[in-house]
Design a protein around this ligand. Structure first.
Ligand code: ZN
Length: 423
C-alpha cells in the first residue's frame, strides 16, 4: 500500500493526465495535479492501462516442456497422456519453482491476475498444495484464482472426492471437463454434479467445455441448462468452446440465445485453439477458435486465456497477454478498430468481469494497479507488444524496464551508418 503520483498519462482517449494513488487506491485522475511530496513517475504521455488479466492458465504444468519427452503429434490427447506420464515424477519443490518463475514472467509483462486451473485427479493433491502456497507467497504482487480441474474426468477414479477435498483446502472455483468423460451421458452428469456443488458452496464455475472439433458435442447447451436451473447466471464460464466453430449455423443461433439467457462467460484460448484444433482436417483446415465476434456482438463477456506456456500442450510462449489478444484478432478476422479494442478489453476490463475481480479499472476508488506501456494506445499496444516501462500494484512499482528505441519500434526506417552507405 503506497502513495504515488504518475504525471502525464495517456489513457487512450485522454492525454497528459495525472493519476494520484494514496494508500494503494486511486484517489484522483485529473490534469495538472500538484506535487505533494509523494514519489512521482513521469509517464511521458505513454499509454497507461489497467493490468492485463490471464483468464485461463495451467500453472501446475507450465515450464515443463520436454519432461519427460516432447509431444510429437502436437495433439490435445497426446498432451494429456504426456501430462499423465509426468505427474508421478512431480515434486512440490519443482512445481512451486516453475510456478514462481512463471509469475515473475507474467508480472514483468504487466499481468497481475491469473485464473489457473489445477489438476485434482491425483489422490495426493500435490499440485493443489503447491499452488495454494504460491498463491499466498505471491499475493502482494499477483492475484491467483485457482480452479479445481478434474483433468482425467470427474467420473473416473476418485476425482469427485479429490475435487471436493481441494475446495475444502481453499481452491476458489469449480472446474470440469465434460467432453473428456467416457460418454456424452457422463459429460452431462458431470456438469449437473459440478453446478449443484457450485450452488451449494456459492462458488464460481469455469469448465473446459467442448474443447474438440466435434460439431455434435452438446455440453455447452447442458451448461446453460444447469446454470439456468440453479440460477447461477453470470457466475459460470465455459472455457474453449471450440466445437462451436464447427457447429451447424442453425443450431448455433439456438445455442447463443441460451448462452445469453444465463450470461454465460466465454474464455477462448487463441494460441492453443489455433494450434490444437483442426489437426485431423485435410484442407481446408478449420481454425478452431469459438465464434468470438458473434459472441461479443450478442453482448456476452469474452475473456482470453494464455492456457499454456512451455508445457505438454504448447512448446512456445512467454506469457504475454498482448500476444494472446494479437493472435485472437487474427484468428477471428477482428481487424476493425472497434474489434481490435474489444480484443484488448478481453485481456483487461472484460476479463475482470469474467473473473469477478473487485476494484479493477482506472477510476477513483479502485486499486492503484496499472501498467505504463511504451506506445500511444490500445491498438499500438497490440501491434508492437511494447516495453512495459512500469508495472504498478497498489501504488508500488513492482517491475520496470528501460525504454527501447520507440521510433525504431513503430516501424522507423533503417539509419545507415556512413560506413555501410559509402560501400
Ligand atoms: Zn485449459
Amino acid at each position: 500500500m503506497s502513495d504515488l503520483l504518475i504525471k502525464n498519462c495517456n489513457l487512450g482517449d485522454r492525454q497528459n493526465t495525472d493519476i494520484l494513488i494514496k494508500n494503494g487506491v486511486i484517489t484522483e485522475i485529473s490534469d495538472d495535479l500538484p506535487q505533494n511530496g509523494c514519489p512521482e513517475i513521469n509517464a511521458k504521455n505513454y499509454f497507461v492501462t489497467s493490468p492485463f488479466i490471464d483468464s485461463h492458465f495451467h500453472m501446475d504444468a507450465t515450464l515443463s516442456y520436454g519432461l519427460p519427452r516432447i509431444n510429437k503429434s502436437g495433439t490435445l490427447l497426446e498432451g494429456i497422456q504426456l501430462w499423465g506420464e509426468l505427474k508421478p515424477t512431480l515434486t512440490k519443490k519443482a512445481i512451486k519453482a516453475r510456478a514462481r518463475e512463471l509469475c515473475k514472467w507474467a508480472i514483468a509483462r504487466g499481468t497481475l491476475s491469473i485464473r489457473s486451473h489445477v489438476d485434482v485427479s491425483g489422490d495426493n493433491l500435490l499440485a493443489v498444495e503447491s499452488l495454494l502456497e504460491i498463491r499466498e507467497e505471491m499475493k502482494e504482487f499477483i492475484n491467483l484464482q485457482l480452479v479445481a480441474f478434474p483433468q482425467d474426468g470427474l467420473l473416473r477414479a476418485n476425482c469427485l472426492d479429490n475435487l471436493i477435498r481441494s475446495l475444502d483446502m481453499g481452491v476458489d472455483v469449480i472446474g470440469g471437463i465434460p467432453h473428456f468423460e467416457r460418454t456424452m451421458a457422463d459429460g452431462t452428469e458431470s456438469i449437473k454434479i459440478l453446478c449443484e456443488l457450485a450452488e451449494k458452496r456459492n462458488l464460481l464455475v469455469d469448465m473446459h467445455c467442448d474443447e474438440s472439433d466435434d460439431p455434435l458435442s452438446r455440453h455447452v447447451e447442458m451448461l446453460t441448462y444447469h446454470t439456468n436451473r440453479l440460477r447461477l447466471n453470470g457466475r459460470v464460464a465455459g472455457s474453449h468452446l471450440t466445437s462451436m466453430h464447427s457447429m451447424d449455423n442453425y443450431y448455433f443461433s439456438k445455442l447463443i440465445a441460451l448462452m445469453l439467457e444465463v450470461d454465460l462467460n466465454i474464455i477462448p484460448n487463441p494460441l492453443i485453439n489455433i494450434t490444437i484444433q483442426g489437426k485431423h482436417d485435410v484442407y481446408p483446415k478449420r481454425r478452431g477458435m469459438t465464434r468470438v465476434p458473434e459472441q461479443i456482438k450478442a453482448g456476452l463477456n469474452v475473456a482470453f486465456g494464455h492456457d499454456c506456456v512451455l508445457d505438454p500442450w504448447y512448446p512456445l510462449g512467454s506469457h504475454d497477454m498482448l500476444e494472446v489478444a494479437h493472435m485472437a484478432l487474427h484468428v477471428a478476422h477482428m481487424t476493425g478498430a472497434d474489434d481490435m479494442k474489444a480484443c484488448f478489453d478481453s485481456v483487461t476490463s472484460t476479463a475482470a468481469k469474467v473473473l469477478h475481480l473487485d476494484n479493477y479499472g482506472l477510476q477513483k476508488g479502485n486499486n492503484g494497479d496499472l501498467v505504463i506501456l511504451q506506445c500511444k494506445d490500445q491498438i499500438e499496444a497490440l501491434r508492437l507488444k511494447p516495453t512495459r516501462l512500469f508495472v504498478i500494484k497498489k501504488g508500488k512499482v513492482i517491475s520496470s524496464a528501460k525504454p527501447t528505441d520507440y521510433k525504431l519500434n513503430i516501424g522507423g526506417k533503417a539509419e545507415f551508418t556512413d560506413l555501410i552507405f559509402k560501400k
